[in-house]
Design a protein around this ligand. Sequence first.
Ligand code: SF4
Ligand code: MG
Length: 337
Amino acid sequence: VGPLVKVRDLKMYFPIHSGLFKSHVGDIKAVDGISFDILPGETLGLVGESGCGKSTVGRSILRLYDITGGTVEINGNEIAQADSNSLRSKRPMMQMIFQDPQASLNPRMTVASIIAEPLDEHLDLTDEERLARVYELMDWVGLNRAFAKRYPHEFSGGQRQRIGIARALALNPKFIVCDEPIAALDVSIQAQVVNLLEELQDRLDLTYLFISHDLSMVRHIADRVAVMYLGRIVEIASRDELFAEPLHPYTQALLSAVPEPDPDYERTRKPIVLQGDVPSPANPPKGCNFSTRCPKVMDICRQIEPDVFDFGDGRQVACHLYADNTAKTAGSTAGQT
Ligand code: SF4
Ligand code: MG
C-alpha cells in the first residue's frame, strides 16, 4: 500500500507588511520546504519546540491556510491547490483535534449540537438518524448520553476534549491531525485521552499526524517521528530508532532532556544544553538552519543547506555530518518508507 498522506516541498510563508503603505517587506517562513509520508493506520509524531512550525504544518495540510507552495495528497486527493468547492467535498475525510477544547467549542451550543454540526453541514439526516449518530459518537468517546443537552462549561477539560474528538469523528474521517491534543489537560487525565485516541485509531482505522512538544508522549503513541527545527524537518525515523540513536545534532539535544526509562543509561547520559535562541523564521541563517546553535557546526554548515540524506528503511537526516556515510540523497521524497 502507498502512503495515505504525501507531502512534498510544503512551504507556508506569512507575508510581513510594514510602513505607511503596508508594503510587503519580507516573509515569515513558518514552514520552508518539508516532505513526508504517512502510511495508512500509522501515527507520525511531529515534534519540535514551540514556534518551529509544527502546528502550521498541520493546519496547512488540512488547508486551513492557503499554502505558499508544494503538494499535499490525502487519500488520493490533491489538497494543496483544491478550490473551495472541491475542498468542501474533501473536508469529511480530514479532520483536526485542537489543543484547547475550551476555545474550540462554542459555549452557547449543547454537546449534541456541537457534535452534530459537521453532520448538519455535510449530510441530510432525519432527526432520528442525527440523534442516533450523536449517541453513537458519544459512546465511542466515553461520554454519557445523558449529557447530550448540557453545555461545554459543565464539563471537565478531559470531557471537553472528548466532545472535540466526537465532533472530529462525526463524518468518518480517514486522517486526523491531533495538534497538541493533551497539552491543555491535567497530567492525570492526559493518558486517558491518549489511550482513547489509540483505541479509536484501531477501531476506525484512522491515520494520525500527532503534533506535540511532549517527547515522552510521542514516544508512547507514534510509530515514526519527524523532528522539526525552524521550519524544516531535520530528521525522520521510526520511533525506536530515533529514541535509541538520534542522529541529527538537534534531535540529540532535544532527546537529551527527556527522562529515560533505563536508569543505567540515564546516569551515563549528559544533557546537551543549546546556546543562544532560535533565530527568527523571518530571517533564517544561511546554510543549515541549526548552524547558529549546533555544537558540531562546521564551515560548510554556514554556507550550504544540507541535503536530506537517506539511510534506507525510512530514516532520513538533514545534516552535513552524514554526507559521506549514506547511500543516497533523498531529495524531495523525504519521509518515504
Ligand atoms: Fe550542525 Fe552542520 Fe549538521 Fe547543521 S549541518 S546540524 S550545523 S553539523
Ligand atoms: Mg498506533
